[in-house]
Design a protein around this ligand. Structure first.
Ligand code: HEM
Length: 362
């Protein structure tokens, strides 16, 4: 191509882009963000978001074949694994990405905690984040029940028992709430409609606040400003570059989940045997499992309530204006102790023999 032809070609592309941009306002996304927003610590929330997109797409495919009744649920999962087009692969990616997302949510929260990014003016966004953590755990829990194998059946029995412990407030968790639809059907609706809708609403609020406040400055820079130093610069990168990087990480987790699926396909346990309790919950619930052994089922209510309550109080108790870990030693030490305790509880729960906690069987 001659130099003139290349210039005409470029001119066409530019005009096409300008025509699209005039209508969709895409260049508005190129607003400045700090360069450190592209570092791994500050992009974990974005990776989580792209993980949710993968879960939505794979989940829609699985929903074409899944049949949520006690008589058909497990058989329809067997159908997905053996007959549905790419069913086994899609199911495996859905399973592994859900585990990766759980890990990235926790790491994202750990980064926000360590850098003190929950401090003024981001207290509300910390609380919204806790809501998102609850939704994520709810999605994993309901997803586990849907398989309707021994593990899913035991998770459901725990769900019912917790409903009873909640008294009048627990009506939704009870199979007696309605006789027109089995409880597995209602948990399915929670998995594909109620929790995703709640999650989307919380995510919109979360992102609007991130946009409103901007990503927090690096702790050392923020502290220097508190001590009278220069206010940290806002630019260095653009949101579009940040978005491309997030999408890149999204593809990386898709690739990791695919490889994991090929090595360790998502499992399916035996048909449930009523009245038995032989499995342990997925890893993210294991920190609560030993408490259930020690104090009974009610621990599944009060231990998470204390944990979430304490997390909700964090921004209101850690009141100093400084954000560097070195200037918040007590809080960082408490956070580290809780994280180490959670890991030790997981290991302990992993090595102990499963105990029966639920008296009644369905
Ligand atoms: C479904 C889960 C979540 C998603 C998709 C998500 C997404 C994001 C994204 C994209 C950001 C921008 C910066 C970054 O990526 O680090 C962010 C910031 C933030 N998130 Fe989350 N988040 C989630 C859960 C949480 C949780 C569990 C918490 C804490 C309890 C939290 C608290 C915050 C706070 C305080 C900020 C502002 C941080 C700053 O400005 O440095 N988020 N979130």
């Amino acid at each position: 191509m001659t130099a003139g032809a290349t210039a005409i070609h470029r001119g066409r592309w530019r005009r096409a882009w300008e025509a699209i941009d005039e209508r969709l306002g895409l260049s508005g996304l190129a607003y400045p963000v700090p360069a450190h927003a592209n570092g791994i610590g500050y992009i974990l929330g974005g990776i989580t978001f792209f993980g949710f997109l993968i879960l939505a797409v794979t989940g829609i495919w699985l929903a074409q074949f899944y049949h949520p009744t006690p008589a058909t649920a497990r058989e329809s999962v067997v159908y997905i694994m053996n007959v549905a087009p790419a069913g086994d692969l899609v199911r495996g990616v859905h399973f592994w990405v859900s585990n990766i997302v759980m890990a990235t949510v926790l790491l994202h929260m750990g980064r926000v905690f360590t850098t003190g990014s929950y401090k003024r003016p981001r207290e509300a966004n910390w609380l919204i984040g806790l809501g998102l953590l609850g939704v994520t755990l709810g999605l994993v829990f309901t997803g586990t029940v849907l398989k309707w194998d021994q593990e899913g059946y035991e998770a459901l029995n725990h769900n019912i028992e917790i409903g009873e412990l909640l008294g009048g407030f627990g009506f939704w968790f009870s199979p007696e709430f309605t006789t027109s639809l089995s409880i597995i059907g209602r948990l399915y609706i929670a998995h594909i409609a109620i929790l995703p809708l709640l999650g989307v609403l919380l995510l919109i609020a979360h992102f609007l606040l991130v946009k409103r406040h901007g990503i927090s400055a690096r702790p050392a820079d923020a502290d220097a400003a508190v001590d009278g130093g220069p206010v940290p610069a806002k630019g260095g990168s653009t949101f579009t570059a940040h978005l491309v990087r997030m999408a890149g990480f999204g593809l990386v987790i898709l690739a990791i989940a695919t490889v994991l699926t090929l090595i360790w396909p998502a499992g399916l346990g035996e048909r449930p045997i009523p009245g038995t309790e032989t499995t342990k919950p997925p890893w993210m619930f294991l920190p609560f499992y030993p408490f259930e052994d020690w104090f009974g089922l009610s621990a599944l209510l009060w231990v998470p309530a204390i944990l979430f309550g304490a997390l909700a109080l964090v921004p209101f108790v850690d009141r100093s204006r400084y954000r560097s870990p070195a200037r918040r030693r007590l809080f960082v030490a408490i956070g580290a102790a809780v994280a180490i305790a959670a890991v030790l509880l997981v290991v302990y729960a992993f090595v102990t023999v499963p105990q029966a906690h639920v008296q009644e069987a369905l």
